[in-house]
Write a protein that binds this ligand. Structure first.
Ligand code: BT5
Length: 250
């Protein structure tokens, strides 16, 4: 089985990667499509995937204790920052799964950031409380689609090109693929994960902001050692959030 499956058009690369797992695909097998008809984000949200972005899914195989699965999302985001740095794009990480670029005009939900990309980790083979196989999805807008982003995304989305970085989709893939293949599972190692966490803290678009997550409002204060977000509310209480959508208050 090839380690890179390139498709012109597909419903979702996540679906194809799942099917490859069923056929025995190895860790690091990548599925990349030029266009997705039904790209998705978390909670079945639509992911806009016209030509111009890197739409990839990677087969992840290992023995991941289910409570540690969020480490893979954080690790993949940090590796994406590293790949983007190498291409000259200084992105940041909006907890828990968004890659963002700074923008001079604050906007509702995102504050002074625009969404460059997103990550989606889906467990596929579960063995009790251990994830044996998962699919890591990542979308990065390299150029805006022809005709621009759809109306609901114009104020929220950005691309590397809009951020002043002129690279091709294949260049982003070439920078990212070896990092994901060789270092993603390092996120399961305490020492390596500590280093990833340090980068996630240093390159966070969330820490220090006034945020709202699932009814908790306050200042995003820190990332806990497992990657959870700690929010200090107005009354001084500390809330630990392990998943959810962060809305920036502007
Ligand atoms: C994500 O979800 O950010 C994860 C996106 C993962 C997409 C990749 S592409 C390859 C692979 N195959 C798939 O089918 N999916 C993965 P979430 O945090 O739920 O954010 C979704 C929200 O992002 C949407 O509701 C929109 O507001 C916004 N959005 C949609 N398309 C976008 C785009 N191209 N650029 C920026 N924002 C977008």
């Amino acid at each position: 089985m090839p380690d890179l499956v390139r498709l012109d058009e597909v419903d979702s690369t996540q679906r194809v990667a799942r099917a490859l797992i069923a056929e025995g695909a190895a860790h690091g097998t990548l599925v990349v499509a030029r266009r997705q008809r039904a790209g998705r984000g978390r909670l079945q949200r639509a992911w806009h995937s016209d030509e111009g972005g890197l739409w990839l899914s990677m087969v992840v195989k290992g023995a991941v204790p289910a409570p540690n699965a969020p480490r893979l999302t954080l690790g993949a985001a940090v590796l994406a920052l590293e790949a983007l740095d190498a291409l000259g794009a200084r992105a940041a990480l909006k907890w828990p799964n968004d890659l963002v670029l700074a923008h001079p005009t604050p906007v509702a939900r995102l504050g002074p950031w625009r969404k460059l990309g997103g990550l989606l980790l889906e467990g596929v083979v579960l063995d009790g409380a251990v994830v044996r196989a998962a699919v890591l999805g990542m979308g990065i807008n390299v150029r805006a689609p022809q005709g621009g982003f759809p109306a609901d995304l114009t104020d929220l989305a950005t691309s590397l090109e809009q951020g002043g970085v002129d690279v091709s989709v294949d260049q982003v893939l070439a920078a990212l693929a070896p990092l994901l293949r060789m270092r993603l599972l390092d996120a399961l190692d305490e020492h390596a994960f500590g280093a990833m966490l340090a980068t996630a803290r240093a390159r966070s678009a969330t820490l220090g902001m006034r945020v709202e997550v699932d009814g908790v409002t306050g200042r995003a204060e820190s990332l806990a050692d497992d990657g959870a977000l700690c929010i200090r509310d107005e009354g001084g209480a500390l809330h630990t959030v392990r998943a959810g959508d962060v809305q920036c208050m502007v």
